[in-house]
Design a protein around this ligand. Structure first.
Ligand code: SF4
Length: 192
């Protein structure tokens, strides 16, 4: 599938759901549906849990405080914007930045995330935090302190769990370790 084809398919998918009302998040104060962005032909995909306040206002993923930390950090380790795609498990902001729940995750991943992944076909998914890691690994319980030490093969896809940047903002002592984990995801994608 060519890059243009992937972009066209993603645009068609986004057009289908830009006014989506398939889960309760549609009526809990969201301003807009926030889709993923980046290079759909890149082997590496970052997956977060859901848009925050800034993302909801502007309509782009990972542009608030924690998103800026992530984008700045991955740029420092050598990732250019064309080296990755970035998206979230749910595409609408959960109120007060709470975690999305099962009744929100289930329809959104079925309607949008699964199709996004089918179109993009990444080689490596770097899951940011426990929500994204649980969704991508289809696990009920994940301990990020253990999961971050692993690279997990899931249906031929390499999953590298790392802490969510919001956690690093609150726990700056973990930052050096987090950078090494992100670098591992990048190196994996270069060799895939
Ligand atoms: S979170 Fe997903 S399923 Fe729910 S309204 Fe938004 S786009 Fe639709």
């Amino acid at each position: 599938m060519t890059n243009t084809n992937k972009n066209e398919q993603l645009e068609a998918l986004h057009n289908l759901y830009k006014a989506c009302k398939h889960c309760p998040l549609a009526s809990l104060g969201r301003q807009q549906v926030v889709f993923g962005e980046g290079n759909p032909n890149a082997p590496l995909l970052f997956l977060g849990e859901g848009p925050g306040r800034e993302e909801d206002k502007v309509g782009r993923p990972f542009i608030g405080r924690s998103g800026q930390l992530l984008r700045k950090t991955i740029a420092k380790i050598g990732l250019k914007p064309e080296d990755y795609y970035i998206t979230n498990v749910v595409k609408c902001r959960p109120p007060n930045n709470r975690l999305p729940n099962k009744g929100e995750i289930s329809p959104c991943t079925k309607l949008i995330l699964k199709r996004e992944l089918d179109i993009i076909q990444p080689k490596v998914i770097c899951s940011l935090g426990s929500c994204a890691t649980k969704v991508i690994l289809e696990e009920k319980l994940i301990r990020m302190t253990d999961a971050r030490k692993k690279i997990i093969n899931k249906n031929g896809l390499s999953v590298k769990p790392v802490f969510h940047p919001a956690y690093i903002l609150r726990n700056s002592k973990m930052r050096d370790m987090w950078i090494l984990d992100l670098k591992q995801a990048f190196d994996l994608s270069k060799n895939s």
